[in-house]
Every structure is written in structure tokens, then in C-alpha cells.
Design a protein around this ligand. Structure first.
Ligand SMILES: [Zn+2]
Length: 309
């Protein structure tokens, strides 16, 4: 399922390709998408020119002239595909086609149809039912440890499910929640309300770092996500815990564990991610992820001994 880095990758590509193009015609499949406007979509999009591309969390905001915005969400499996020479390769599950006046086109493909494409008056966006409950976007408005600590007081949910709640931070999903908590050294099963202030500082910093790195590599492709050009994202090889059950933690070499929380898989390192918030005598120091630091557990243990008083 696409998360913030994947949607941001799509936003950047759309901003470079479709801004300034005028929609000559719109075609719809007969099948409904989530929260669908049906024929109204066709009527309201025809003749409009795309003026800008924005994003909040996992929502794409495709701004149009005449004070309108096409609100889009990729859902579980949605993709926008740009075609320079339509009709392009034959594709199943295409539900919306925007044909531009210059002969190019944008197709929305979504096999599972949890995606969204709905036209909203820009003046009413802030109150729109899809956006009104969302928390801050962590790129536009980076989280601070102090704010997350205050938000989490009294919260009984796990810290992992706390991060997934779009009302608190908009844009984090299952992949990046696991990655962020590994960076921060916090066990995903901990109750959010019991996570300490210094740990929220580490979670806030980890959030910004993980999302930035994932955006710079055009997101993570595990199954369906593709860029506007149909290419997979490149962050998958940088994942430290997600989808790596039984493989060594890049930090300490301990096998990564997989558990289920809220019916979704969580991945974590039982050594690096603290269950109490107290520093562990035998825990290796947390390290930045980069190719040069992924040098294996043996070297890490040596470095750890050197740095231990
Ligand atoms: Zn570890």
C-alpha cells in the first residue's frame, strides 16, 4: 500500500509532467472507486487546466483552474500512469482516463478499487470529509518529540498503531512505522502512553530521516506500487526490518522478528528496540543507515566494545 514517500514520488513526477495541460476529455470505467463522484467527475473535469500538485499525507491534491481540486488517494493499489502517446500499452483495471488537449493522457489504474478521485471546490478542501480529520503532514510540518509526547499521554494503543493513526500524523503506513521504530530503538509493542520523552525525540527524528531517505529513492515497491513511468521504487533494499523476518538486524545481527498488530505485520529487532525505555547494558548503539555502515554484525560488536566505557 503506498505511503507518504510513494505518494510524494508520484506528486513530484506529476508536477513535472501535467501542470499546464488542459483536460479535453474524461473517460470512466463502469466500476466505482471508493467515495466516488461518478458522472459528476467527468462533467467537472472537462475543459479544466491543471495548475499545481500538492499532497497531504497520502492524499494527492491536483489543483485545477476555476477554483477546483481533484482529490486523489491511491488506496491499496492505485497508480497514475502518464502516456505521451495514448492509448499506450493495454492495461486492465483503468478506471479514470484524463485526455489532454495536446494528445497526452493520464490513466488511473486500480485493481482493488480502494483508490479515490473526486473533484472538490478548493475553498472547501479544509473541511472536506477525507481531509478534515488528518493530522499534520510530517514533511510540511515535521513532528517534534515534545508534540508526540504530549499527544501520546494516556494513549493505550501500541506505539506502532499510534504512528499509523492518520489523525496524529498523516502519511505513515505499515512499512515506515516499523522502520521508524527500529531507527528510534523503541519496541513496537510498547503502549504509546508509556513511551518516554527522549524516545519520542528519537521517533520524531527517525520519522523525518526515514521518510526523507525513502522519498530520495522514490519509495518502496513490495508489490503494486510504481512511479508515474511504471518503475518500481528503490527504497526496498534499504529497509532494515520490514519484510525481513529471520534476517539479521543490520545494527546487531539478531534475527528480525515478525508479529501481528491490528491484523497487520510488524517487524522489529528484539535487541535494538527497547521494551522499557531504559538503556540496556548489552544493547549496541543505534546507527545511521547508509551503505557504508551496513558492514555486518561482527564489526558492529567490535565498534560497540570500543565505545563502551
Ligand atoms: Zn538489532
Amino acid at each position: 500500500m503506498p505511503e507518504l514517500p510513494e505518494v510524494e514520488t508520484v506528486r513530484r513526477a506529476l508536477a513535472e509532467t501535467v501542470v499546464g495541460r488542459t483536460i479535453r476529455d474524461v473517460r470512466r470505467s463502469r466500476q466505482r472507486l471508493r467515495d466516488d463522484a461518478g458522472r459528476a467527475l467527468v462533467k467537472r473535469l472537462k475543459g479544466r487546466t491543471i495548475t499545481g500538485l500538492r499532497r497531504h499525507g497520502k492524499f494527492l491534491l491536483i489543483d485545477l483552474d476555476a477554483g477546483l481540486t481533484l482529490l486523489s488517494h491511491l488506496g491499496m493499489s492505485g497508480r497514475w500512469r502518464f502516456e505521451r502517446k495514448p492509448p499506450g500499452e493495454p492495461l486492465d483495471h483503468v478506471h479514470v482516463v484524463l485526455e489532454f488537449a495536446d494528445g497526452t493522457a493520464l490513466r488511473f489504474q486500480d485493481p482493488r478499487r480502494f483508490g479515490l478521485a473526486r473533484v472538490v471546490e478548493r475553498a472547501r478542501l479544509a473541511a472536506d470529509r477525507s481531509l478534515v480529520g488528518l493530522g499534520p503532514d510530517p514533511i510540511a510540518d515535521p513532528p517534534t518529540g515534545a508534540r508526540l509526547f504530549a499527544l501520546s499521554r494516556g494513549a493505550r494503543v501500541s506505539v506502532k498503531n499510534f504512528l499509523l493513526d492518520q489523525r496524529r500524523i498523516a502519511g505513515i503506513g505499515n512499512i515506515y512505522a516499523s522502520e521508524i521504530l527500529h531507527r528510534a530503538g523503541v519496541d513496537p509493542r510498547r503502549r504509546a502512553g508509556a513511551v518516554r520523552a527522549h524516545e519520542w525525540d528519537a521517533i520524531a527524528a527517525g520519522t523525518i530521516r526515514v521518510l526523507d531517505e525513502a522519498i530520495s529513492r522514490m519509495g518502496t515497491t513490495l508489490s503494486t506500487y510504481r512511479t508515474l513511468w511504471g518503475e518500481p521504487g528503490g527504497y526496498g533494499e534499504r529497509l532494515r526490518v520490514y519484510d525481513r523476518a529471520g534476517k539479521p538486524c543490520p545494527n546487531c545481527g539478531t534475527p528480525i522478528r515478525q508479529i501481528v498488530q491490528g491484523a497487520r505485520s510488524t517487524y522489529y529487532c528484539p535487541v535494538c528496540q527497547s521494551r522499557s525505555g531504559r538503556p540496556r547494558a548489552n544493547a549496541p548503539p543505534q546507527r545511521q543507515a547508509s551503505p557504508s555502515t551496513r558492514s555486518g554484525p561482527a564489526r558492529r560488536r567490535m565498534e560497540h566494545r570500543k565505545s563502551t566505557p
